[in-house]
Design a protein around this ligand. Structure first.
Ligand SMILES: Nc1ncnc2c1ncn2[C@@H]1O[C@H](COP(=O)(O)OP(=O)(O)OP(=O)(O)O)[C@@H](O)[C@H]1O
Ligand SMILES: [Mg+2]
Length: 225
């Protein structure tokens, strides 16, 4: 489903070149639950952003569902992301002025879903993350774990094929982290969605089906667990 070949990414910082990725190749299959781990600065976020078409590599190729995604225009990429991908970030990235339900339906509205269907679909996913009764709350009125579950509902609202999550549990205590991981597992098992998640917590490994370890911008290990 995702085939990335020899991906390189170099950041130029004044006179210094930072080689964030030095030739990463990964083949991710439909329905995989992949953990990307490795030391800080090893290129995990860079790789996730490149696979999720949020950033461009300097070299290499990526095909997703048979499409050469690096050849797409920015508009095509945005549409592709909206219909195929869901994103979850460490800091939840919710809009502070909007209610839980309004946050969840942003991607559906952006995709052009009619308003009444947005509300129906949004409520369905808020229900799936156990937050139906919090629909009218703004993020400041929700706990960190609840905010991250709103972000997960938002990531699911357009029925994406692939969920990308960059350290989604980094700001959560272990109980809320477990709830988020269980939710990913359920989404992965029940709907065969691909989940690609960056983590630095050893205990998260038991949830992953496959582990990709990065070191100094290269894959140092890639195995099914
Ligand atoms: N926008 C940027 N400009 C310059 N350098 C960057 C940029 N983003 C990342 N880097 C550098 O690229 C390397 C890889 O960064 P990346 O954020 O992918 O690491 P990471 O594995 O996600 O680390 P962490 O576990 O700390 O989140 C690091 O050396 C980082 O400093
Ligand atoms: Mg990172």
């Amino acid at each position: 489903m995702i085939s990335a070949v020899n991906i390189t990414k170099t950041y130029i910082m004044g006179l210094v070149e930072v080689h964030a990725l030095r030739g990463v190749s990964v083949d991710i299959k439909e329905g995989d639950f992949v953990g990307i781990m490795g030391p800080s600065g090893s290129g995990k976020s860079t790789l996730l952003h490149i696979l999720g078409l949020l950033d461009r590599p300097n070299g290499g190729g990526i095909t997703i569902s048979g499409r050469d995604v690096l050849k797409m225009s920015d508009d095509e990429k945005s549409r592709f992301r909206l219909s195929k991908f869901g994103f979850i970030f460490q800091d939840y990235a919710l809009v502070p002025e909007l209610t839980a339900l309004e946050n969840v339906i942003i991607p559906a509205m952006a995709k052009g879903m009619p308003p009444d269907e947005c509300v129906r679909t949004g409520m369905k996913y808020l229900g799936e993350v156990g937050l139906s009764d919090r629909r009218g709350h703004i993020p400041a009125e929700l706990s960190g774990g609840e905010q991250q579950r709103v972000a997960i509902a938002r990531a699911l609202v357009n029925s994406p094929d692939i969920i990308f999550a960059d350290e989604p549990c980094a700001n959560l205590d272990s109980e809320n982290s477990r709830a988020v991981l269980e939710l990913f597992k359920k989404i992965n098992e029940e709907t065969e969605r691909t989940v690609i998640m960056v983590s630095h917590e050893e205990w998260h490994k038991k949830y992953f089906e496959r582990l990709i370890l990065l070191k100094d911008g290269m894959v140092s290990e890639d195995k099914y667990l």
